[in-house]
Each structure stands twice: as C-alpha cells, then as structure tokens.
Design a protein around this ligand. Sequence first.
Ligand code: ATP
Length: 234
Amino acid sequence: MNVALFGGTFDPVHLGHLAVARAAAERLALDRVYFLPAHLPPHKPAQPVAAFGHRYAMVALATAGERSFVPSLLESPEHSPAHGANYSVDTVRRFQRTLRKSDRAFFLIGIDAFLEIAHWRRPETLLRAVEFIIVSRPGYSLAAVEAALPASLRRSHAYGPAAAEGGAASTPSEHGAGGQLVLPGLKLHLLGGVAEKVSATQIRSAAAHGRPLDKFVGPAVADYIRKQGLYREP
Ligand code: ATP
C-alpha cells in the first residue's frame, strides 16, 4: 500500500487540507492518508491552540466521508513525550514500525511548511526516511524547494520525472510547476495545481467575528465550531 502521513496543527482542519490530500492521493495513488494533528506543534510554540481533543474531533468529522482519509492519534497527548512536543522524525519512525515491508511511506506537506524544514529536528534523517510530497499553496513557489533543503543535501541534484531513472534533468521552471527532485538517498515529489486560498488563521478570525465559515470548512466542522464556541473572543 502507498500510505502518507499528513501532519499539522489542524486548528481547524479546512478545505485546503482536503484539497492537498486529494491531489496527493490522486498523483501518488495513495491508499491511505493519515491526518495527524500535533499535540503541541513544535513550530508554533507562542500561539495558543485549541485542545487536541477538539482538533482531532474536527479531523474525524472532515475525513468521515473519505474512504482513504484516516484520523491518526500518533501524536495524541498519550503518545507524546513528557515535554509535550512531538517531532516528525520520531513520529515517522513510529509510523514505519506499523507498516509492512511492501508498504511505501510518504510525508505530505504544504510548501509554506516545507520552507522551514531545515529548522526541524534532524531534517536530513527525516528527509531520507520517507518520500516527501510537497504541495503548492497560494503565495509560495515550489521553485523554492531546493533552497529550503539543509545545505548538506543541496549539492549534486537532478530535477524532473526523468531524473528518477537517471535521465535528463528538467528545467527549474518545470520544477516550479511540479515533478520530482531526486538527490542521493532521497526523493521529493512536487505537486503544483493546488490553489486553495484558505488558512486556519483566516477561519479562527472569521469565527471570532461571528462570520460564516461555510466556504472554508465542511458543514460538519462548521457546525462543531459553532456548537463548541471555538475561536470566540474571550
Ligand atoms: P495556520 O493558518 O494556523 O498557520 P494552516 O492553514 O497553515 O494553519 P496547518 O494545520 O498549519 O494549517 O497546516 C498543516 C499542513 O497543511 C501544512 O503542511 C501546510 O503547509 C498545509 N496547508 C494548510 N493549508 C494549505 C493550503 N491552503 N494549501 C496548501 N497547503 C496547505
């Protein structure tokens, strides 16, 4: 099976996340996409986030109608270290221990989050452990992927689908639209074409001002936010 981990704060999960997962599932023939809310996101320490239980519940509601989208408890408080934060490099290892030998594992991420990858814990180990699927997002360019890699991984490289088989490299402009970036010991899949202008920040703000949420999230998630009074100003 082709399986992907899709980590995030998911505060709340929105239509952009679903578009990312759908595009990746289609392109890489994914049998499962695990939506993995982080207990305490290490990269957003200053920002207060809704309780894990609320974020997980919304992920469960948003993925309910999708056969291959599965909510994951791998980074739930019970599975988190005493200091709280989970690191993807550890989560991926734990995830891989649950897989069969024949399974192919991917790590799904938006380009905005990928641009920070060099500052994550042990980025080289993580990038070599699974194939990354990096998806476009309005306001960010996939052409920035290579420069975002840790310096040690940036050297001899080749772009494009043919590069995987040792063929000719494609041009950076093709790279900006999608394709593959293949380096010794790692493979990145670049997915252009996702252009959902939604962010969780925007949704929290809309909820705080009592504005409708229906164009950002599915009806079940909008209903949950209303019933629980999430993101209202104190
Ligand atoms: P916030 O506004 O709170 O920063 P967010 O909308 O970026 O949140 P996250 O839960 O932080 O959502 O994102 C989880 C993952 O989904 C990240 O890899 C992020 O890049 C990706 N992602 C989120 N929204 C989009 C989008 N509209 N298009 C492409 N990728 C997205």
